[in-house]
Design a protein around this ligand. Structure first.
Ligand code: ATP
Length: 310
């Protein structure tokens, strides 16, 4: 097996060697530039490389291979029912039949054609029920997922339903062991912290803007819990790398959300629109969707009234 980086390097060479694939009188060959249409046209490319490219570039799999290897019935059911209603699953080949390519940076729909964004997204396609000529789209939304010679429908994106302000601050009560947990011992080690760093005792000490303090109050957080006392204190001087652990339900979420929101708030206040408009400022990884929704709601609540968008 070759090093995958070799395939990356040879990608441009490979595509340069295939100019005929994008032209020709046969409409089947009027495919996007840079999209490899069939295995037989790829005599210079070994199967192994093709299989890697299939993973990397949408549209590499030839028609026959996409459709002569049907999904297991069970698998198909699972995929379609889990991610998309069956009737909504488009025929990817139909999309390619009508597809065009552009190397420009445009992201808009033009005459029903979603244009590719950059070199890594070479395909532009028609279809998927898109009839707006003006709606901005990303190419990813329109590309069928080709993997291991099988065509999968795109996974449906989960967009959490927005709660109202009332719902976000509703039903929050201190747990029965709140006072007990509040008196738990805190241990801070590492990063040259031999001298004891005094943990904070109130949110006001953290230098949060008033609007953020109001949100904390609205969440009925009277005083920081131990993990928050330690982590918020460590964040006050500089953004430290921190590993923190505490039992479940001990307030870890606010311990990392509050400093994150504070930092983003500072950046956005300074640079107005922000510095990386199309990219996230922070990434929170969580083990379950339910927890992600909960943290999302907490983040929205803590940042209410500030120029931070989730
Ligand atoms: N300072 C505080 N005062 C009162 N309630 C708080 C405080 N901090 C957190 N809580 C509440 O305590 C509960 C548990 O907090 P949280 O979910 O942040 O804990 P966690 O340690 O992240 O839990 P898990 O490990 O399950 O993710 C939540 O309902 C939260 O709103």
């Amino acid at each position: 097996m070759k090093n995958p980086s070799e395939y990356f390097e040879s990608k441009s060479n490979l595509l340069n060697k295939q100019p005929k694939l994008a032209s020709g009188s046969d409409s089947r060959f009027a495919k996007p530039n840079g999209i490899i249409n069939s295995t037989s046209s790829l005599s210079a490319v070994d199967e192994e490389m093709l299989s890697v490219l299939q993973g990397l570039y949408v549209g590499v799999a030839p028609k026959e291979r996409q459709y002569q290897v049907p999904l297991e019935e069970e698998e198909e059911d699972l995929l379609t029912s889990a991610y998309m209603p069956k009737e909504a699953v488009p025929n990817p080949w139909d999309l390619f039949e009508n597809s065009q390519t552009t190397m420009s940076n445009t992201k808009t729909m033009q005459n029903g054609v979603a244009r590719a964004e950059d070199e890594t997204n070479l395909v532009s396609t028609q279809g998927f029920g898109c009839n707006s000529n003006t709606a901005p789209v990303t190419n990813q939304d329109f590309i069928p997922n080709v993997r291991a010679n099988k065509t999968y429908p795109l996974r449906k994106k989960h967009i959490p339903q927005k709660k109202t302000e009332e719902q976000l601050f509703d039903d929050i009560e201190e747990g029965p062991n709140f006072e007990q947990i509040c008196n738990a011992e805190i241990q801070i080690i590492g990063c040259g912290v031999n001298e004891l760093i005094y943990p904070i005792e109130s949110y006001e000490e953290c230098g949060f803007p008033q609007v953020m303090l109001n949100n904390i109050l609205a969440k009925k957080y009277r005083k920081p819990m131990p993990i928050q006392k330690a982590v918020l204190r460590l964040f006050m001087d500089k953004p430290n790398d921190i590993v923190a652990h505490a039992q479940t339900g001990s307030g870890k979420s606010a311990a990392y959300l509050l400093p994150l929101i504070h930092q983003i708030h500072k950046i956005k206040s300074q640079y107005r629109e922000g510095i990386n408009r199309d990219s996230p400022y922070a990434l929170v990884l969580l083990p379950t969707k339910e927890l992600a929704i909960q943290i999302y709601n907490d983040a929205v609540a803590f940042s209410m009234g500030k120029p931070i968008f989730f």
